[in-house]
Design a protein. Structure first.
Ligand code: DLZ
Length: 161
């Protein structure tokens, strides 16, 4: 899982389907907005680059990463339906156990959604010790995890349950 010294943002467009006919939701947490803005831009621009239409990308803002779970449930019920949902958040470790509890709860909640919703939910939630690590992965020296999430979302589109 280590990503040190790797740029995560490279993808080979020729090996991916077009996103033209698919609809996406991006659910974005406002905490650590500097980071989630960068992740959002990476995901949004990549979906466009892969052929998605701007009108087929729905954005839902939620306060913090804990609320991503509910936001994704909301996204799964919009009409016309979306084909994939990207959850964007950034959790940064503080001095208490809060980080551990929230990180576990968020990833557990998003996993549960993948077991219950008819649409895939892609987790793009950074869990870092320091802000600098998150900045490096949201458009910095380690690329942009939002780009990776958009590619993953496209790869998960069109799969019937
Ligand atoms: C409360 C809190 C803290 C301390 N840290 C973060 C964080 O680093 N990243 C994040 O996305 N959200 C944080 N939150 C807010 C919680 O996700 C949530 O919004 C509140 O606990 C209210 O449910």
């Amino acid at each position: 899982m280590a990503t040190a010294n790797k740029n995560l943002s490279q993808y080979d467009k020729s090996r991916l389907p077009s996103a033209f006919s698919f609809r996406f939701a991006i659910v974005k947490a406002q905490w650590n907005i500097q980071v989630t803005d960068g992740l959002y831009k990476g995901a949004y621009d990549t979906l466009l680059d892969l052929g998605a239409l701007p009108g087929n990308i729905v954005t839902i803002d939620v306060p913090g990463s804990m609320e991503l779970i509910f936001g994704c449930r909301q996204a799964a019920s919009i009409s016309p339906p979306v084909d994939a949902i990207i959850a964007i958040g950034c959790l940064i470790k503080g001095e208490t156990m809060h980080f551990e509890f929230v990180s576990m709860a968020v990833y557990h909640g998003l996993s549960q959604l993948n077991l219950t919703l008819p649409v895939p939910v892609i987790a793009c939630v950074l869990t870092d010790n320091q802000l600098e690590q998150s900045l490096a992965r949201s458009g910095g020296i380690h690329g942009n995890k939002g780009v990776e999430a958009a590619v993953t979302a496209l790869q998960m589109c069109g799969r019937d349950i």
